[in-house]
Write a protein that binds this ligand. Structure first.
Ligand code: ADP
Ligand code: GN1
Ligand code: MG
Length: 375
């Protein structure tokens, strides 16, 4: 095996626990902010390759519950696909690899937690390239929610309690700000702090309104790079199931739009590059509603745009809080990374607010044109 130098020095111990063949190489992979991800290539070209992840157990404190949720969700999705002619469940649903003990994760001698999936030879995009991708992303997450409509919410436990609780996210931000830890960084972020505070009351009120709506099993982390597209840019698989939990559909719509509508990266330094790609928004919404219309209520359809503002705002609060806390949550690649992310998301929210009427008109237009929802 080569290229293991940057990887945990007990990698052989870890690999030996999973029921896999001989490994050729292992290299860091992907751009996720939470887990450590590696591509594991098999020696035998006919064997599948694997995706190994060190689970961030500072964030996901109960790994056993996390894995149980993923097994429940993937079994449910797999069963649905098995009933569809021509479907290929191994390629279209995440598949966890068993350990020698019959578990689906390994707790190693250093205290780290590891899991392995079949590697899916497909693409994930941080920034979209075309409208077809946006449409397919919409279909992917719409279908994902639709397939989970009949999964009993009580079978899924919260892996991160209050994940999209905007009130608590804001309270936590204020708490960190009052604490000593934040002092030096708070002095450089007065404009960002003011931006968050100006909107807090309205955002919390908008969030509270969502609480009247149906609680469903949703993805909760619908960043566009959490869907894999095949070489023809068609949906292959929804990934990153760590936060699949009960929630409101507007969260998933909002987080996806936050990433697909932005013409620049989530952490773009040059704020002039951050604009709204309205055709991508339209295509995502079209794809999403085609799949989700069968179960959405009128009230949920009306809540979708609120989700876009809320999740973008929440992301600003989370990045800024992490910056003030000296970067304890998200992976960062340079010291001011969380501040740069905060500023880029503030710019995005300003643009979204300025185009709110246009976005609403598009959602309503799609609903009316296709008579998708009863209103
Ligand atoms: P994080 O929580 O850190 O975002 P993810 O589970 O999203 O971790 O994985 C990080 C990246 O790894 C994804 O964006 C995707 O590019 C890639 N990835 C994840 N699972 C698979 C898989 N089963 N097959 C191929 N690529 C994958
Ligand atoms: C994290 O795991 P990843 O990179 O797909 C985060 C999301 C944020 C996102 C911002 C468990 O997503 O909530 O929206 O970063 N995931 C978790 O890029 O906190
Ligand atoms: Mg991810």
């Amino acid at each position: 095996m080569d290229q293991t130098s940057t990887i945990s020095d007990n990698i052989s111990e870890i690999l030996s626990q999973f029921l896999i063949g001989e490994v050729n190489s292992i290299v860091p992979y992907g751009t996720g902010h939470i887990n450590e991800t590696y591509f594991v290539k098999s020696v035998n070209a006919n064997d599948t390759d694997y995706l190994l992840q060190r689970i961030n157990h500072h964030i996901f404190k109960n790994v056993s519950v996390l894995i149980k949720n993923i097994l429940t969700v993937t079994a449910h999705l797999r069963k649905k696909l098995e009933a569809v002619a021509g479907a290929n469940p191994d390629q279209e649903v995440l598949t966890l690899v068993s350990t020698r003990n019959g578990e689906y994760y390994y707790h190693d001698s250093k205290g780290d937690y590891w899991r392995m999936y079949y590697f899916l030879d497909a693409n994930s995009y941080d920034i979209l390239e075309n409208q077809q991708q946006a449409y397919q992303g919409g279909r992917a997450f719409g279908k994902f929610q639709c397939q989970l409509v009949d999964l009993n919410v009580n079978l899924i436990q919260e892996t991160i309690p209050n994940f999209h609780n905007v009130q608590l996210r804001y309270n936590r931000f204020e708490q960190v700000l009052q604490g000593d830890k934040a002092n030096s960084r708070a002095q450089n972020t007065t404009a960002e702090i003011a931006f968050v505070r100006e909107r807090a009351e309205n955002m919390v009120q908008a969030w509270q309104k969502l609480l009247q709506l149906p609680v469903r099993v949703i993805h909760n982390d619908t960043k566009f790079n959490n869907v894999l597209l095949n070489k023809d840019d068609r949906v292959q698989c929804v990934i990153d199931l760590d936060t699949v939990m009960p929630g409101y559909v507007a969260y998933d719509f909002g987080d996806a739009i936050r990433t697909i509508i932005n013409t620049a990266a989530e952490d773009e330094r040059d704020l002039d590059k951050i604009n709204l790609n309205i055709p991508f928004f339209e295509s995502y919404t079209q794809g999403y509603l085609e799949e989700a219309a069968s179960f959405l209520t009128d009230e949920e359809a009306e809540s979708l745009l609120t989700g876009v503002y809320l999740i973008t705002y929440e992301q600003i609060v989370r990045f800024l809080t992490d910056y003030l806390e000296n970067d304890v949550y998200y992976k960062i690649h340079f010291p001011e990374h969380n501040l740069q992310r905060t500023q880029a998301q503030i710019e995005l929210l300003k643009k979204l607010e300025a185009s709110g009427d246009e976005l609403l008109k598009i959602i309503k237009g799609i609903i009316k044109k296709d008579k998708l929802i009863s209103n």
